[in-house]
Design a protein around this ligand. Structure first.
Ligand SMILES: [Zn+2]
Ligand SMILES: [Zn+2]
Length: 708
């Protein structure tokens, strides 16, 4: 079945590729093959992305002995010593850095190619050369760990090909401090390092973290520095230092330790401070950016919030957590399948799936009854009858999310699977272990087991005074018939029972069914006579452990705060003017960017890729020359107009450009496209104002006509 499904996916994909290839064979497109390579695994994706034959094999080999992160670092040495490809000096470093990012990001984001503009070198006062990595905006998509590791790889490989460390000037350090705080104000940072942290990172990092200007804003204090090329804010620099090196220092330190990278020992100092602050950070972070209309489900670490349970259902996994479907219904379906929840921990957010094998919410009904709801049918029946949600139930989070976020494991909800680990072997095979009666649960306690989770209440959520009040009230006023406990209604006692999540009914009196384990937990006999005295100090949980005579565990030691995220952020992103085709019109298309309107003007001036026809030996912006020959991309000198493939004009040594202004007869191009598609008329065809790509190569109009 599942194989059929996958082979069908593959077959259909192959068909699509065949069609795309055939279309490309018509030679109307900028490239002759579909640009997205098909790759079976990460290693192959990285190889195709980097265009280095043999890279996949090498990645697999390293990865068989090392973790992916170590592979990303170590494979750099192969570039340096020529073990792969034929790259020398700084080019080897560049390939190593891009490859590392590609490996760490799974080869599916723009960061390896667009996140790094280039590598360069600089000089220290003692004449030694150091490396500069120019980060660009799209480095964001790599995430902090890959960002930080890319710096480490640059240093590691740079060292092998003979680069020294970067020795920053005092004013350069101050520039970083100014720039990062400015960036935080105009954009946003997940984590803002203190001035001392930035100073520490910049003074110790052996590579110069440089970048392309990404913002319009300029620094005002430390301007016009000799070794810093721009006064504008470099977003990539801020990201790599703040969200990369500063935020991910603990993770990086692990690899530094393991691979014994001495020049990076400094990063360990950064982590010591980090870990102390981590906890506090956690609880507050997710409450930032609370949005009107999006419910906050529970505050950080507060009773009533989601109870942590470890595990994985078949529909949950990385960055996706499970809730009992009853929780979804009880929350008025505010949380649906796939809703993004911002969580206090371990990560930032999780997509939600229903998992019916974990515990649901506990609610108080309008008639005062308190009960837990574990299935969707019961939850539906309670619609309109719920007065208050006392507890949201469990949230299922897998261990991998803690690992990935480098978060220490926290004690989970006391649940059946943990209880089973603690009971004597004779009990494990018994009937009813999942849903015992109170009698059975107590019998097992006599055999040495802790109290079954079903009867383990949330003693850590009440104070010792509340425990004493409950005990003496039950002792004085309760009636127990061996099965049910009846006590006269009392506001305060009911409130305590609600905090404990003891299910009960409100009739003339409060009725607790199957109450024996509760009575024993309170240290009372069947006659409701005190067996053991309540200690004078300590917590309520410690007290019940003493007076009950058996082990009672913390039922919900970890509560996780949560609020609803912004699911609409995952919506497809559309260009504002919704163009049909990426074809630049400048001002000629009017406000609507209409190609038809522009074509009415006949000849228009457009900024397009400089191309060259080998047959006619002339310059043209067209992909296919008027003579029918395919042209190729070239550069043009802005001062003398010479066509060349060099970055600097061989004649006047000026910078050349890949695009230029051309007079284009749009009418002719549009008519030709319509003729070839055998389309006689067209209502609307929208282009764009200008192209943003490096070469400014437009799409063929035919594509837009088909889309329109
Ligand atoms: Zn030609
Ligand atoms: Zn020139």
């Amino acid at each position: 079945m599942i194989e059929d499904y996958f082979s069908r996916l593959e077959d259909e994909m192959k068909k699509c590729y065949e069609i795309a290839k055939e279309a490309r064979r018509r030679r109307e497109d900028p490239t002759l093959e579909p640009e997205i390579p098909v790759a079976r695994d990460l290693a192959e994706r990285v190889e195709r992305l980097m265009g280095v034959p043999g890279l996949a094999e090498m990645i697999r080999e390293y990865n068989s002995r090392h973790s992916l992160e170590e592979t990303a670092i170590l494979i750099g040495s192969e570039f340096a010593k020529g073990g792969i490809g034929n790259f020398k000096g700084i080019k080897a470093v560049e390939m190593a850095v891009r490859t590392a990012i590609a490996i760490l990001t799974g080869g599916v984001v723009a960061a390896p190619i667009d996140g790094i503009a280039k590598l360069g070198e600089g000089r220290n006062d003692d004449g030694t050369k150091f490396l500069r990595v120019y980060y660009a905006g799209p480095i964001r998509s790599a995430g902090g760990t890959a960002q930080a590791l890319s710096v480490l790889v640059a240093d590691y490989v740079g060292n092998l090909v003979g680069y020294s460390r970067y020795i920053p000037y005092e004013e350069e350090i101050e520039r970083y401090i100014e720039e990062i705080s400015l960036y935080r104000r105009i954009a946003s940072l997940q984590y803002t390092p203190s001035e001392d942290e930035i100073r520490f990172i910049v003074s110790n990092c052996p590579v110069c973290i440089d970048g392309e200007p990404t913002e319009k804003e300029e620094v005002s204090g430390y301007r016009n520095l000799r070794r810093v090329e721009t006064n504008r804010v470099r977003g990539g620099v801020a990201l790599v230092i703040a969200e990369g090196l500063a935020l991910k220092a603990p993770k990086i330190a692990k690899y530094v330790e393991k691979l014994n990278l001495e020049s990076w020992n400094w990063i360990k100092k950064l982590t010591m401070k980090e870990e102390k602050e981590e906890e506090k950070e956690d609880s507050e972070k997710f409450m930032r950016e609370v949005i009107a209309g999006r419910p906050v489900l529970s505050h950080p670490s507060r009773p009533g919030g989601f109870r942590l349970r470890y595990g994985r259902a078949r529909n949950t996994g990385f960055a996706s957590a499970g809730l009992n479907p009853a929780t979804m219904v009880i929350l008025d379906e505010f949380i649906a399948v796939g809703t993004q929840l911002k969580l206090e921990l371990p990560g930032k957010a999780a997509g939600i799936s229903p998992v019916d094998s974990i515990e649901g919410p506990t609610v108080r009904l309008l008639n005062g009854d308190v009960l837990r709801v574990d299935d969707i049918e019961s939850a539906m029946k309670l619609k309109g009858k719920v007065d208050e949600i006392l507890d949201l139930g469990e949230i299922l989070i897998n261990y991998g999310d803690f690992l990935e976020n480098n978060h220490r494991l926290l004690p989970p909800s006391y649940s059946l699977e943990i209880w089973l680990q603690e009971v004597p072997v004779e009990i494990m095979g018994l009937r009813n272990v999942e849903d015992p009666t109170g009698e059975e649960a107590l019998r097992w306690c006599e055999m040495g087991a802790p109290l079954h989770p079903k009867f383990t209440y949330l003693w850590h959520d009440i104070s010792l005074e509340e425990l004493k009040a409950l005990c003496s009230y039950v002792e004085r006023n309760g009636r127990f018939d061996g099965e049910n406990l009846r006590i006269p209604f009392d506001e305060r006692v009911k409130e305590i029972l609600e905090k404990l999540l003891v299910p009960h009914k409100v009739r003339e009196e409060l009725i607790i069914e199957d109450a024996k384990p509760l009575i024993r937990s309170l240290g009372l006999s069947d006659e409701l006579k005190r067996i053991r005295e309540i200690p004078a100090s300590g917590t309520a949980l410690e007290a019940v452990n003493q007076i009950s005579g058996f082990k009672i565990r913390a039922r919900a030691p970890t509560r996780i705060g949560a609020r609803m995220g912004r699911p609409e952020k995952a919506k497809e992103r559309k260009m504002k003017a919704s163009p049909h085709v990426l074809f630049p019109l400048g001002e000629s298309g009017g406000r609507m960017r209409s190609i038809i309107e522009a074509a009415d003007k006949g000849t228009v001036k457009l900024t397009l890729n400089v191309r060259f026809c080998p047959k006619c030996q002339k310059e043209t912006p067209l992909i296919r020359c008027e003579c029918g020959e395919r042209t190729f991309s070239m550069r043009k000198c802005s001062s003398c107009g010479r066509i060349t493939s060099e970055e600097l004009c061989p004649r006047c040594k000026k910078q050349t450009s890949e695009f230029s202004e051309y007079e284009v007869n749009l009418r002719e191009i549009l008519d030709k496209a319509l003729r070839e598609l055998q389309i006689s008329s067209l209502k609307e065809l929208k282009g764009v104002k200008e192209l943003m790509s490096a070469r400014r190569t437009p799409e063929p109009l035919e594509k837009g006509i088909i889309r329109a």
